[in-house]
Write a protein that binds this ligand. Structure first.
Ligand SMILES: *[C@@H]1O[C@H](CO)[C@@H](O)[C@H](O)[C@H]1NC(C)=O
Length: 257
């Protein structure tokens, strides 16, 4: 009887040891929140933040450290099937961050992830890699499984970058309109030009037109045989302008000799 009892107690000790080993998974309390994001909306291509508030179990005095945070996007329609994990998020690694309360509050750890999907609802999962400093064993602890709504990032129309782009575009469009108004028929400048030439021809109607006169070989004194209106002033005044001496050419010519 005694032997049986001692055998049983030995078995019991072995059993409790085994269960202790199986249950060495740290019993962390992990609260996952999406700060300022009640509906778990995540923007494509941008940093989307979750914060883990981690509280170690009070009863245990083992030293636990955070080694990393992992995440994955999940296809909730494929639970337990291939394709359930759509994409792994980039792991954030820590250098043995002690998991203990800070100023009496749970340790808060942020994690940013960057979705690149078309807008839809997606499953997400986060896991914490926790190291037990006594045993040196790493534990991959489930922190959160939930749903996020992927949206395109909200475009801010008064974003500084956008504003400068609008300014450049406005400049280009304005220049194009101005250029078109200068160069296409029906525009003010062209009609002004037409008006001017019409007035010139009507005034030339009473006296013999200079072009006709020159064509017939009769020279009209004081008048050139062509319409001078369109010739820029400085071309006409060329003769009257004092001709600048060109000392450089003569000097260079003499110096060469
Ligand atoms: C995600 O990472 C795990 C290992 O952490 C790997 O087994 C799995 O194939 C990865 N899945 C994808 C979709 O990359």
């Amino acid at each position: 009887m005694k032997l049986l009892l001692s055998l049983l107690s030995i078995l019991g000790v072995i059993a409790s040891l085994a269960s202790a080993q199986a249950n060495d998974t740290p019993d962390l309390n992990i609260q996952t929140t999406f700060p300022n994001n009640a509906f778990n909306r995540v923007s494509n291509g941008q940093a989307n933040r979750v914060v883990f508030s981690v509280t170690p179990p009070r009863s245990e005095d083992r030293i636990l450290t955070l080694e990393g945070i992992k995440g994955a996007f999940l296809n909730r329609d494929k639970i337990g099937k291939r394709g359930y994990v759509m994409r792994n998020m980039t792991e954030t690694k820590y250098k043995s961050l002690p998991i203990k309360p800070v100023d009496g509050k749970p340790l808060q750890v942020p994690y940013d992830f960057y979705p690149e999907f078309k807008p839809q609802e997606l499953g997400v999962e986060f896991r914490l890699i926790v190291n037990d400093q006594q045993t040196g064993k790493k534990h991959n602890l489930h922190a959160y499984t939930g749903t996020v709504t992927v949206v395109e990032p909200a475009k801010s129309w008064f974003d500084l970058q956008a504003l400068s782009l609008y300014a450049i575009l406005a400049g280009i469009v304005g220049t194009a309109i101005w250029w078109a108004s200068q160069n296409y028929p029906g525009s003010k400048t062209i009609s002004k030009r037409k008006e001017r030439s019409a007035a010139a021809s009507s005034s030339a109607a009473s006296p013999p037109s200079p072009s006709k006169a020159s064509a017939s070989g009769v020279k009209v004194p004081g008048q050139a045989g062509y319409d001078e209106d369109w010739i820029p002033e400085h071309h006409l005044k060329k003769g009257s302008r004092p001709t600048s001496p060109r000392p450089r050419s003569t000097r260079s010519g003499s110096s060469k000799k």
